[in-house]
Design a binder for this molecule. Structure first.
Ligand SMILES: O=P(O)(O)OC[C@H]1O[C@](O)(CO)[C@@H](O)[C@@H]1O
Length: 536
């Protein structure tokens, strides 16, 4: 990174985050408020100079120009020669968006209408199973064809008024067995969600579920629908075109929840609530495109992320929603952020000069407090934390629970920042009546260095609209970080090699080929795996 930021970093090491609050109004100044959301980054070691230097990065990298290119349908996914237009899926105003000279909006609208009709028909019983009204929907997909809808369906539980939704992603047969257990195949609708319709795990699961259904009903295809860009593969699987919901190759898998991949969500919460989800995303798009950098939530979220990873060198970032129903958000963001920005090569093929995006991990609070927070507070690594918190919960009869939840969230970010010094710790141990070496020793264990950065995203209540805002916020954050780093956030070549090798190793696992061609460790493991099966 540039000299100005290096200087800002050096200066930040000379002060504590808490010192920055000596200036009045820091919380207001170092936060962005928009459309009910508040992103508070005041508990970071970013001061005015640092922010200025960070904002300058967006100018150098021409974030505004790249953003305009993305929204206009230019092929910014340069390694695959594709446009990046998940934003068109939530462009409810229908303003034209052209790819290769063609407006994609009529197609987007038509698909959305078909989805809404299909969802309404399933919910109202006009589309039924061979044993009666659909009671359960099973989405089969993996990665972007699973994480978005499964996260969102879980997040919006209070809005479920349709059939129950289930998700099978893993090729581990346990996922399938445990999900199908208790379901009535004659009243289950299966959505096979796969952009490519060739993903091995998804196709293995789809075939197995079809066989499960065939044991109970005459015509399983009647209870299947496909969500894909691959017409021929869908037809070859036996799903008719009227049960296929397609989308353009300009929608990346991890950005696809807004369209047909979100069909399970739409069936679960209904078309109107799904439209609210889209509206939230669309509102965030408008904000992202128009707000100046310092007042622009995705831009500032990205710049804080770049500060922590690329300037301060913190290798990981914890995402901790104080909202049980967002427990799948960290997993969703792992794909969104790590598949997008986990790259060591710049757009032009040269080696990246800075670090790639961070490792993203986390879990819902308060559960995480009783698991990994010990390390966050007293470990040797500094892990910037991203808290998410709703001002209001849905449980009107459990308001006290929500108050406790809020108190814990605020307490954690405060504890990370302020810590507890040795003198205070000594005072506490002294109060137990201890002294001398025992006091010294025990007091040290109770010291918290503090000065650990965190941000808080505060939202009013987790409605479909707010979830749409949050997901779009994170998508644009990834975009800005990618542009500043100079990488292509929209391909994922890094997942290819493992897939290829799995295909090549499978015959050896099945015992169809000898394991000789593999390296010593793989051969050794294959031998051990095969021994108990064959009794050799
Ligand atoms: O929707 P598909 O084509 O089955 O792909 C599933 C997932 O596999 C990946 O290609 C790689 O993990 C993801 O990008 C994608 O979301």
């Amino acid at each position: 990174m540039n000299d100005a930021l290096k200087r800002c970093h050096r200066e930040s090491l000379e002060r504590r985050i808490l010192d920055l609050f000596a200036e009045d109004g820091r919380a207001q100044d170092f936060s962005v408020s928009h459309d009910g959301l508040l992103f508070d980054y005041s508990k970071t070691n970013i001061d005015t100079d640092t922010r200025r230097a960070l904002v300058a990065l967006t100018e150098t990298a021409d974030v505004a120009g790249r953003r305009a290119a993305m929204f206009s349908g230019a092929p910014i996914n340069a390694t695959e020669g594709r446009a990046v237009l998940h934003t068109a899926l939530r462009n409810l105003d229908g303003d034209p968006v052209t790819v290769d000279g063609q407006d994609v909006m009529p197609g987007v609208r038509a698909t959305l209408e078909r989805m809404a009709d299909f969802a309404a028909d399933v919910r109202d019983g006009r589309i039924a199973g061979q044993g009666g009204r659909i009671t359960d929907v099973v989405n089969i997909g993996i990665g972007g064809s699973d994480l978005g809808p499964s996260m969102a369906v879980r997040a919006l539980k209070p809005y479920h008024d349709g059939p129950r939704c289930h998700f099978i992603s893993n090729v581990d047969g346990a996922d399938l067995t445990d999900t199908l257990g208790g379901l009535d195949p004659a009243r289950t609708l299966v959505l096979v969600a796969s952009k490519s319709f060739t993903t091995q795990e998804t196709m293995a699961n789809a075939c197995a579920v079809r066989a499960w259904m065939a044991r109970a009903v005459k015509d399983p295809a009647q209870q299947f629908a496909a969500i894909s860009t691959a017409k021929e593969e869908v037809a070859a699987f036996g799903i008719p075109p009227e049960r296929m919901f397609g989308f353009g190759d300009w929608v990346g898998g991890r950005y696809s929840v807004w369209g047909p991949i979100g069909l399970s969500l739409m069936i679960s919460i209904g078309p109107d609530a799904f439209f609210d989800f889209l509206k939230g995303g669309q509102a965030m798009d408008a904000h992202f495109q128009s707000a100046e950098p310092e007042r622009n939530m995705p831009v500032m979220l990205a710049l804080v992320g770049l500060w922590h990873r690329q300037i301060c060198g913190h290798a990981t970032r914890a995402v901790i929603p104080y909202e049980q129903r967002l427990e799948r958000l960290p997993a969703y963001l792992q794909q969104l952020e790590m598949e997008s920005n986990g790259k060591r090569v710049a757009m032009d093929g040269s080696a990246l000069e800075s670090d790639s995006g961070p490792v993203v991990w986390g879990d819902a609070g308060t559960n995480g407090q009783h698991a990994f927070f010990q390390l966050l507070h007293q470990g040797t690594e500094v892990v910037p934390c991203e808290f998410l918190l709703g001002a209001e919960g849905h449980e009107a009869d459990l308001v006290d629970h929500h108050e406790i939840l809020v108190a814990h969230c605020l307490a954690q970010s405060k504890a990370l920042m302020t810590g507890r010094d040795l003198e205070t710790a000594r005072g506490q141990v002294e109060a137990w009546g201890l002294s001398g070496k025992t006091l010294d020793r025990l007091a040290r264990h109770r010291v918290f260095t503090g000065n650990r950065p965190s941000t808080t995203l505060l939202y009013p209540k987790l409605t479909p609209y707010v979830l749409g805002q949050i997901v779009a916020l994170y998508e644009h954050r990834v975009f800005v970080e990618g542009v500043v780093l100079g990488i292509n956030s929209f391909d994922q070549w890094g997942v290819e090699l493992g897939k290829e090798l799995a295909g090549a190793i499978l015959p050896a696992v099945r015992g169809e080929t000898a394991p000789d061609r593999w390296d010593g460790s793989t051969r050794f493991l294959l031998d051990r795996i095969r021994t108990p099966r064959t009794g050799e």
